[in-house]
Each structure stands twice: as structure tokens, then as C-alpha cells.
Design a binder for this molecule. Structure first.
Ligand SMILES: NC(=O)c1ccc[n+]([C@@H]2O[C@H](COP(=O)([O-])OP(=O)(O)OC[C@H]3O[C@@H](n4cnc5c(N)ncnc54)[C@H](O)[C@@H]3O)[C@@H](O)[C@H]2O)c1
Length: 376
């Protein structure tokens, strides 16, 4: 089967879905990869690197022509969907619960669409979990960005010119991105405090050398599958009091709090921003679902009372080499769920990874969650 890898067209996107190691892995399973010329350049992979790994290189039209599988990172554009051969398998982030127009177009095109967002968060699927791999990149980069904007050092220094006290970081939401932000801030020598509504993460936060903030009355909201759910109004008030009591001391704040399928909870109010020291930096990673700070403007930098609030849109694209390498590994492992060692494709919808992550097949929307979102 021919596998097409196109150049990502989203502005600012530097990643590529498959790297040369991925090409080699798919070739072992009898798959032939064709990459659109220039697809890997921003991720440090030349056309020649792809050829050396065994891939063919062509125009986008050549890559798509006769392809049985299409691999991507960002949801395909309307034009791309129209050019994907009928019956092909598409594996990509698709944002299917919100992007209903795309889901309908994929179904009409009769492609089998597998959504990387819907890969279940089960232990067996960890190596296919691109939400996690890319959240790791985002959590790391968020702290570097904060440190870069901060007019201070983060680590402690003892120098002939005096002693510099270490900076303080506050991390809100300790999922995959939050834990990586904690680890990165610790590596840079900051004193780190963190909070999450899932008490299960307390130990993980502490094992990274950060302090888990405690409330007098418990604030917890653990929902299905270990995910957070929305807090009651009373619990939300308690959480805001807790954050207000700590944020004025923080030099950098990274927020990552999200609830699947919901608007991100507001954890930082305008008053809290006012209480912070000028020069402090907030990096809001929940910008795409509305933001965790009341003053966040998704995709923009806002300065209020000297506090810088950044809500970058696509941080994994800022570390394209490793973000692509990790995504490619996720894809190859996932493809191993439906392609055997001889290259035979067998989609088994009873498979506990393929079933829940398939959105469309043979002209139908087949995923229950997506059907609900579309009102089908
Ligand atoms: N394969 C696996 O086993 C696997 C892999 C990755 C994640 N997971 C699980 O998925 C879940 C979410 O992980 P994620 O990193 O994608 O999270 P996410 O990006 O969906 O959310 C980030 C964090 O925000 C927290 N949060 C939500 N509301 C909050 C609030 N009001 N205040 C503070 N924090 C709040 C959540 O608890 C979560 O930890 C976790 O249970 C995690 O263990 C499992």
C-alpha cells in the first residue's frame, strides 16, 4: 500500500507527521511511503534524508495519487479532503468533536478517518498517544518561553556580585503538560508550586520536587477515565482563593487546566493579575479552549499592569525536530494495530484502540461521541 505524507499547511507549523525512522519502520511492514517535497525541511529533514530512508518524494498531487493511507498532523483542509482517494485511511489530529464540517466531508469522501485525539488514554496505547507526546513538548517549551520573557534569573546564583534568590513558578493543572512544566522549571532551578483538582497527581508533583498546594477544604473533581470534571461553584471559589494566596509571589505561571469537551476553567482573575509583580509572566496553555486566565487573548501576548500574559497557539511546532520524532513514533505504533508484518491491512473495530479512534468509515460517521457532537 502507498502511504502519503503531505507538507503541513497550517501557518507556523514546522512539524512533519513521519520522520525517516518512521519511513523505515513502515517499509519493513511492506508499505511504500511517498513524501511531498519539502515536507520535512522545517523539522530538519531534507528530501534526500527521506529518499535515503527509502521514501519516494513528489509533489502533493503525486503523493496523494493512488495513496491507500494519508498521514498528517493538522486536520486536512477542505481542498485536501477533496483530493484524498476514496477508501483511503487518514490518520491525523482531526478535532472531530468540534470540526463537524470536516467530519462530514471525510464521510462523504468515503475515507476511513482515524483521529489522534481519540486514541484512548489506556496503558496499552501510551506509545500511540500523540496528545501526551505533544503535551510534553508544550509543557517544556512553555517554561523556556516564560524564562525567556522574565526580566530575572530563575536559578539561584551565588556570585561575587551578590546572591540571587531563585525564581518562583506556579503550575496550574498537572496533567502531561503540567508535569513536564514542573520538571522543566525545577531543572532551571525555580522553586515550584503546583495544583490540580485530581488528588492522584499530588505524589507525582511531589516526586518532581515541587510543592502540591493544599486547601483547607478539599477541592477535587475527578471524572470518567481519570480525567477532571467541572468543579461545583463552591469548590471553584475555594480554588480561586488558594491560587490568589500564592500567585502574587510567583515570577512565572504556567496554566494547563482543561476539561475534555468543555471551555477551560478560569483560574486566574483580573484581580489576581493585578496582585502580581510587574515583569512576571503567565503562559496560558489552555488558550485554544478559551484560556485559564480571564485576560488571555488566544494566540496573542497581553501586558496588564506589567504582567505579560502569553497564550501561544501551537507550541509543539516550536520544537519541531523532537515533536515530529515523537509524533512519528506514535503513528507507526498505531499503524501496527491495523497493518500486519506482511503489509496486509485489516481494520478491526473491536480493537480497543482502533474502535474508539475511528471517526468515519465507508461513508458513515461511526464514532458515538462524534455522532452525538454532530447530533446524528
Ligand atoms: N495512557 C495513559 O494512561 C494516559 C496518558 C496520558 C494521560 N492520561 C490521563 O489523562 C488525564 C488527563 O491528562 P492530560 O495531560 O491530557 O490533561 P488535560 O490536558 O486534559 O488537562 C490538564 C490537567 O488539568 C487539570 N484540571 C482540570 N480542571 C482543573 C482545575 N479547575 N484546576 C486545576 N487543574 C485542573 C486536569 O486534572 C489535568 O490534569 C489524566 O488522568 C492522565 O493521567 C493517561
Amino acid at each position: 500500500m502507498k502511504v502519503a505524507v503531505l507538507k503541513e499547511s497550517r501557518p507556523g507549523e514546522n512539524r512533519v507527521a513521519l520522520v525517516p525512522q518512521g519511513v523505515q519502520a513502515l517499509a519493513k511492514a511492506g508499505l511504500e511511503v511517498m513524501v511531498e517535497s519539502g515536507a520535512g525541511v522545517s523539522a530538519g529533514v531534507s528530501d534526500q534524508d527521506f529518499r535515503s530512508a527509502g521514501a519516494a518524494v513528489g509533489t502533493d498531487g503525486e503523493a496523494l495519487s493512488g495513496a491507500g493511507m494519508v498521514l498528517a498532523i493538522n486536520p486536512p483542509s477542505k481542498e485536501d479532503v477533496g483530493r484524498i482517494p476514496e477508501g483511503a485511511i487518514v490518520v491525523s489530529f482531526l478535532n472531530p468533536l468540534a470540526n463537524t464540517e470536516l467530519v462530514r466531508a471525510l464521510a462523504t469522501r468515503k475515507v476511513t478517518a482515524i483521529s489522534m485525539e481519540l486514541v484512548p488514554r489506556i496503558t496499552r496505547a501510551q506509545s500511540m498517544d500523540a496528545l501526551s507526546s505533544q503535551a510534553t513538548v508544550a509543557g517544556y517549551k512553555a517554561v523556556l518561553m516564560a524564562a525567556d520573557h522574565l526580566p530575572k534569573f530563575l536559578p539561584m546564583f551565588t556570585t561575587a556580585a551578590g546572591t540571587i534568590r531563585p525564581g518562583k513558578a506556579l503550575i496550574l493543572g498537572a496533567g502531561v503538560a503540567g508535569l513536564q512544566a514542573i520538571a522543566t522549571a525545577r531543572r532551571l532551578g525555580a522553586i515550584v508550586e503546583a495544583f490540580d483538582v485530581r488528588p492522584a497527581v499530588r505524589e507525582q508533583v511531589q516526586s518532581l520536587g515541587a510543592k502540591f498546594l493544599e486547601t483547607e477544604h478539599e477541592v477535587t473533581a475527578e471524572g470518567e477515565g481519570g480525567y477532571a470534571k467541572e468543579l461545583s461553584e463552591e469548590q471553584h471559589e475555594r480554588e480561586l482563593e488558594l491560587i490568589a494566596a500564592h500567585i502574587a509571589d510567583a515570577d512565572i505561571v504556567v496554566t494547563t487546566a482543561q476539561i475534555p469537551g468543555r471551555k477551560a476553567p478560569i483560574l486566574i482573575t483580573a484581580d489576581m493579575v493585578r496582585s502580581m509583580k510587574p515583569g512576571s509572566v503567565i503562559i496560558d496553555l489552555a488558550g485554544e479552549t478559551g484560556g485559564n486566565c480571564e485576560l488571555t487573548r488566544p494566540g496573542e501576548t497581553t501586558v496588564v499592569h506589567g504582567v505579560q500574559i502569553l497564550a501561544p497557539a501551537n507550541l509543539p511546532a516550536e520544537i519541531p525536530v523532537h515533536a515530529s520524532q515523537m509524533y512519528s513514533k506514535n503513528l507507526v505504533t498505531l499503524i501496527g494495530e491495523f497493518v500486519d508484518k506482511e503489509g496486509n491491512v485489516a481494520l478491526d473495530f473491536d480493537n480497543d484502540v482502533i474502535g474508539p479512534s475511528t471517526v468515519t468509515h465507508q461513508g458513515q460517521v461511526v464514532n458515538e461521541r462524534v455522532k452525538q457532537a454532530l447530533g446524528l
